[in-house]
Design a protein around this ligand. Structure first.
Ligand SMILES: *Cc1c(COP(=O)(O)O)cnc(C)c1O
Length: 433
């Protein structure tokens, strides 16, 4: 049997309808933006493998760091024990954070980093004696992961898991004031969102533990961008109302929106930041939830009951920490943030001919991400036209994965101008399908 046939017999894939899905393509090698199939075909990964890859596939520096670490020590229990890669990584992450965010809790993936953030917020208030604070604020279209807590603050229960409506009851949703090139109504949309926030705060102020938001960009909802001005006004209201803010930077972190983190562009300081996806350069599953010192302080006490009762078997895995440190080294050695600025300008130039294209509704770009919404009568996650464009691009050796009627590019930072231009040519052709 081929790999794909064995896979089809035994494996259950994520977000896949196996009754109708084609056999999965077996990938045997990666190099930069290139993936190679078992049959020798070359595919350009223009979505960074679900937004995790940063510097290209099989980057030798990160690969070597993992290999070297594995020969020394692969993993060790992280209660009562520690190790240099975790200590070094936590210091480096804290140095990249706003000053009061200086305590790092490690876990394994984006969803767990969100669970950790939500639980930190809940127990923070509990430890302070404010035991009524069990509600959360979040955004329509927000996506925070697929575990229960993360699902409950996301707005995806209705679409993917209709049976979960009940667990949404303690979460109040604010409209996300998305914007795009040529948008003239953004201020009205922001005012409406803030008005909704004000209404919720008036009604439930003393019941909220925290607000959770994907800052500047909702990823899974279809690369929807908002303005820094909105986050600033939102933050001011939350601070005045004494409600914690959690920034889910799982997808925006590590350069995607142009700066290292979205909070830098936003010019705001949340209380908790969740990181994963790109943290290891896309090599190992690892996550970090970083909190304000005032939160950590509330968990201290003479007895265990105030402690944070959370942990995972692979907390602060050594290979993950080694990969993350190597990825941060690459940022310095390859001047990655400068490269990101270049990629952003290539997007802007290429998008010019897409703006006002009759097949498109909206066009937008931020950092290394560009996105366009098809005028599709069947908009939404299961859009048929999006699927057609995906198949067309794959035939030309380019991997895109539309989110419904939203076609987006999110290439690894090693992409060349020529590769990106070629990709845009293929997309332009695909719009006429
Ligand atoms: C992908 C994602 C998550 C979940 O991360 P996983 O590693 O897939 O569990 C959470 N939040 C955001 C914003 C994401 O994009």
């Amino acid at each position: 049997m081929t790999t794909s046939q064995t896979d089809k017999t035994y494996i259950w894939h994520p977000y896949t309808q196996h009754q109708t899905a084609a056999e999965a393509t077996s990938i045997v090698k990666g190099d930069g933006i290139k993936l190679f199939t078992e049959d020798g075909a070359e595919i350009w990964d223009m979505i960074s493998s679900w937004w995790v890859n940063l510097h290209g596939h099989a980057h030798p520096k990160i690969a070597k760091a993992i290999g070297d670490q594995a020969m020394e020590l692969e993993h060790v229990i992280f209660a009562d024990f520690t190790h240099k890669p975790a200590a070094r990584l936590s210091k480096r992450l804290v140095d990249l954070m706003p000053a009061p965010l200086n305590r790092v809790f490690f876990s394994d993936n984006g969803s767990t980093s969100v669970e950790v953030g939500l639980k930190m917020a809940l127990k923070y208030w509990h430890n302070k004696g404010e035991t009524k604070r069990l509600r959360f604020l979040s955004f329509e279209g927000g996506y925070h992961g697929d575990t229960f807590g993360a699902m409950s603050v996301g707005k995806w229960g209705d679409l993917f898991n209709p049976y979960l409506a009940a667990i949404h009851s303690q979460v109040d949703l604010i409209p996300f004031p998305e914007t795009w090139i040529g948008d003239t109504d953004v201020e009205q949309r922001e005012a409406d969102a803030l008005a909704k926030l004000d209404t919720f705060i008036t009604e439930y102020q003393d019941e909220y533990a925290a607000l959770i938001v994907e800052p500047l960009m909702q990823g899974a909802a279809g690369m929807r961008f908002c303005r820094p001005e909105f986050l600033q006004k939102m933050q001011a209201r939350l601070a005045a109302a004494n409600i914690l803010t959690i920034y889910d930077e799982v997808s925006t972190g590590f350069g995607r929106t142009g700066k290292m983190f979205a909070f830098e562009t936003a010019g705001t300081v949340p209380d908790i930041i969740c990181l994963s996806k790109g943290i290891t350069g896309g090599f190992m599953p690892l996550a970090a939830t970083i909190c304000h010192e005032k939160i950590f302080a509330e968990f201290l006490g003479d007895s265990f009951d105030k402690a944070f009762t959370h942990g995972h078997s692979y907390t602060a895995n050594l290979l993950g920490c080694a990969a993350a440190n190597a990825s941060l080294d690459v940022f310095e050695e390859e001047k990655t943030l400068e490269k990101i600025t270049e990629i952003a300008s290539w997007h802007q130039e290429n998008l010019k001919r897409f703006i006002n294209h009759p097949a498109l509704e909206t066009v937008r770009t931020l950092g290394v991400i560009s996105a366009m919404n098809l005028k599709a009568s069947d908009a939404g996650y299961m859009s048929a036209k999006g699927a057609k464009i995906k198949a067309f691009c794959l035939e030309k050796g380019i991997l895109v994965r539309p989110l419904g009627n939203c076609i987006y590019l999110l290439p690894p930072y090693c992409v060349t101008r020529a590769q990106l231009d070629t990709t845009y040519d293929v997309l332009f052709e695909a719009l006429d399908l």
